[in-house]
Each structure stands twice: as C-alpha cells, then as structure tokens.
Design a protein around this ligand. Structure first.
Ligand code: COA
Length: 256
C-alpha cells in the first residue's frame, strides 16, 4: 500500500490495476483541496506507469464521497483553472486508461459528477446519490450540465440538477447512469476489481485506443462545458446565497 501526498488518498497497485481509495470516513470522505491534489497525483502517476492498465476508485467506511468539503469550500474557494479541484477534473476528463468506480455508499455533488467520466460504475444497492448544487446556491460542474442529460434524458437530468433531490442506486441503474448494483460495499469493490483485472489482461493499446474513440466526439465539448461551468461556479461561490447555504451546513443547520 502506498500513501500519496495526503494520507486521505491511499493507493494500492496489484495485478496491473491501481486502487485509489478516498479515506476520510469521519467526514463521509468529503474532498479538501489537498485531497483533490492527491487524486490528481494518483491519476497522473497511473497514466505514467506502464504497468498500470486500469484504475478503480472507491471510498472508505459507509460513503463514496459527500463531495466537496463545505468548510474547505469556504476557507479555500477555487479561483481558476489552476485550483486543485479544476486540475482534478482536467486529469479525470483526460485519463487515458479504464477508470472504474466502486461506489460503496452515499455519493454527493462531485461524488456523482465524477462518475460521468468513469468507464464503468458499480454501486452498492441502497446507496443514495444527490446533486444539490442549486440547493447550495451553486450550479452544475464537471461537465454534468452536458453529460447528465445526454445520458439519462433532459427531464430526469432537470429533476436531479434543478431540484437537487436525492435518488437511489436502483433508480440510477434503471436510468442507465451506472453499470450495476452489488449487495454490499465489499461485493461492489470486488466486482470493480474483477473488471479492472480483466481489462488489465487485454491488449493495452487496443483498450486505450478504444476508450479514446468512445470519448472522441464529446471530448472537446466536455472540455469547453467544464470551462464554462467552472467560471459560473466560481462566481456563484462568491454570492450571498451560496455563502449562506454553505455556512448553514457548516453550522449544521438545514440546507436547501
Ligand atoms: N463537507 C464537510 N463536512 C461534511 C461533508 C461535506 N461535504 N459531508 C459530511 N460532512 C461531515 C458532517 O458535517 C458530519 O460532521 P460532524 O460529525 O462534525 O457533525 C460528518 O461529516 C458526518 O456527516 P453526517 O451529515 O452526520 O452523516 P449522515 O450520514 O447523516 O449524512 C450526507 C451524510 C453525505 C448525506 C450529509 O453529510 C450531507 O448531505 N453532506 C453534505 C453534502 C454536500 O452538500 N456536499 C457538497 C456538494 S457541492
């Protein structure tokens, strides 16, 4: 097991695969600036390492990730393309090898939007997902304003992104947002690792070229959408509505 630049991002390589685990269970694996930097470093290292053929991303404890750490959002708001969260999104968007998510529990915000960039997504049955950007006075990010309606249709995407209502893993499967459900967190990770090992055993160039071809027609529009969303997101983060909603969560009052 290798520790990256932050103890909250743990990586482990085996059989041609890299497992990246978000490890901050007491905060539902909420992501700080340091953790985004750690995730980017892990993806970059996986890109460079010829022995790594596939990557699995999972969480610790009962959560996948509750999204951006709200206190960290207030303390270290992203300021531009160089911000760790946007660097992470760039690394995710361009990651050339198969990326598989093992969603072991609740996923919120970027914990859901990052799934739109994974090649395979397996989720623990009964897990809850949510995209409460509007509820927090914010707007969609990570290309979700483009990718979500493309994937599940505009009506459903509008419900999820405008109302921010939580939805279940079962609904996500029915809508074609994810690949499959597993009975528990252990089975979810095991299935993701099995798929990763299978991919690692296939001809590497063919796998990577096929991924690039699958993403080809949308690569540029995804890049451009993320850039537009990011500009608005940064502006909104500075608004009184977002400040009040984020502060309310930080103070443990009801948000949304
Ligand atoms: N940022 C900062 N802290 C967070 C967090 C986040 N995104 N998500 C959870 N935490 C903290 C909680 O404040 C709580 O801290 P405390 O023990 O000091 O009170 C701890 O993690 C456990 O979370 P809790 O809310 O008690 O767990 P839960 O099982 O009842 O609910 C969630 C889990 C994920 C549904 C809930 O924590 C939540 O809605 N989090 C915010 C998600 C969010 O809005 N993310 C930002 C999207 S842009």
């Amino acid at each position: 097991m290798t520790k990256m630049s932050t103890p909250e991002i743990i990586t482990e390589s085996r059989d041609g695969t890299l497992l990246i685990r978000i490890h901050r269970p007491d905060r539902k694996n909420a992501l700080t600036v340091a953790m985004y930097t750690g995730l980017t470093a892990a993806l970059d290292a996986a890109t460079q390492n010829l022995d790594i053929r596939a990557v699995v991303l999972t969480g610790s404890g009962d959560s996948f990730t509750s999204g951006n750490d709200i206190a960290d959002f207030l303390a270290n708001p992203p300021g531009g393309d160089e911000s760790p969260v946007f660097q992470f999104l760039a690394a995710l968007r361009q990651f050339p090898k198969p990326l598989i998510a093992a969603v072991n529990g609740v996923a919120v915000g970027i914990g859901v939007t990052l799934l739109l960039h994974c090649d395979l997504v397996y989720v623990r049955a009964g897990a809850t997902l949510a995209l409460p950007f509007v509820n927090l006075g914010l707007c969609p990010e990570a290309g979700s304003s483009l990718l979500l309606p493309r994937l599940i249709g505009y009506p459903r995407a509008a419900e999820l992104l405008l109302l921010g209502e939580p939805f279940s893993a079962e609904q996500a499967l029915e809508w074609g947002l994810i690949n499959g459900l597993c009975a528990d967190a252990e089975a979810t990770l095991e299935l993701a690792l099995t798929k990763a090992r299978r991919l690692a055993g296939l001809p590497a160039t063919a796998v990577q070229l096929s991924k690039a071809l699958l993403k080809r027609t949308e690569a540029e529009v995804v890049r451009e959408t993320i850039a537009v969303e990011s500009r608005h997101f940064i502006e909104l983060l500075d608004s009184p509505e977002a400040a009040a909603a984020l502060q309310a969560f930080a103070n443990r009052r009801r948000v949304g």
